[in-house]
Design a protein around this ligand. Sequence first.
Ligand code: SF4
Length: 341
Amino acid sequence: MEPILTIENLKTSFMTSNGEVQAVRGVSFSVGRGEIVGLVGESGSGKSVTSMSILRLLADTAKIKEGKILFEGEDLTKCSKARMRKSRGGKISMIFQDPMSSLNPLIPVGKQVGEMIRIHHPEKSKEEIRREVLELFSGVRIPEPEKRYGSFPHEFSGGMRQRVMIAMALANRPELLIADEPTTALDVTIQDQILKQLRELEKQFGTSIIFITHDLGVVAELCDRVIVLYGGLVMEEAAIDDIFERPRHPYTLGLLASIPSVDQDKSRRLQPIPGSPPDMTKPPEGCPFAPRCRYARRVCAEELPEMTEVGTGHYSRCWLLDPEAPAENNPFCGKRGESHE
Ligand code: SF4
């Protein structure tokens, strides 16, 4: 699949009073045209900083220190601020987690969505823009679009506000949509509807989507491929079926053990991953997951394993993928899927 976005060795840091926080430490992946890619990990794994780096929406204290972000062949790390403003909300757009803080409470929602169109298409008349906004509202299933055009954000439910945000993100038919935990605050029924809409979008317009979440359950419903992040690094990357049927990283196994499944034994308890993510002001030299990994060996804390291809399009970063690793201490043997050996 032809990539629309390729990220190469991205390193993004924040300068704080406690020193440099190395939030993203060399992330590489690509997104194909019309593909939905899940970026998964706990808080602090680097997923949101990666997405903010793509859009160059980082705080003033943050800096992209190294790497390339190639969108349709152009390196976004080198684009001027004016050029980035043009891309944002145009070819690339974003849906944020909290629509209330992203919408202006004093401006009717129809006008806010229309403004997004006007910025990128000043040649369009007011009537044309209004018509497009109403079409967008119908498209994201906001009932009675004419009536809701002039409503204010506080007059909408959480799910409806998120639909307004989706309409805004789609206003200029983006080629790449970044959705950062867009359904986290919503109940499961609304979450399900929004995920279905994102899937429809991808089918209808061929929009590529990066879906950021900590929830592998949501990823299973929506994504074609998954990138698992931890400690500012990619730990595993695979097609959705491979992640669920043949996971090849202890961190991914931990994430999978912490989500419920329909067919699981009801007496089995969900297992949270013990411990907490590393302090990114002093990122570990070795595998960042080592302090929490029940399979860790001495080498794990000392040296960072490379990404290794373990199947077609399936990559993982773990010393246990070493054929010399003892099978009795290898979680990939006989527990989920087949052995890597
Ligand atoms: Fe665990 Fe070592 Fe693999 Fe890291 S490299 S996930 S610590 S076994």
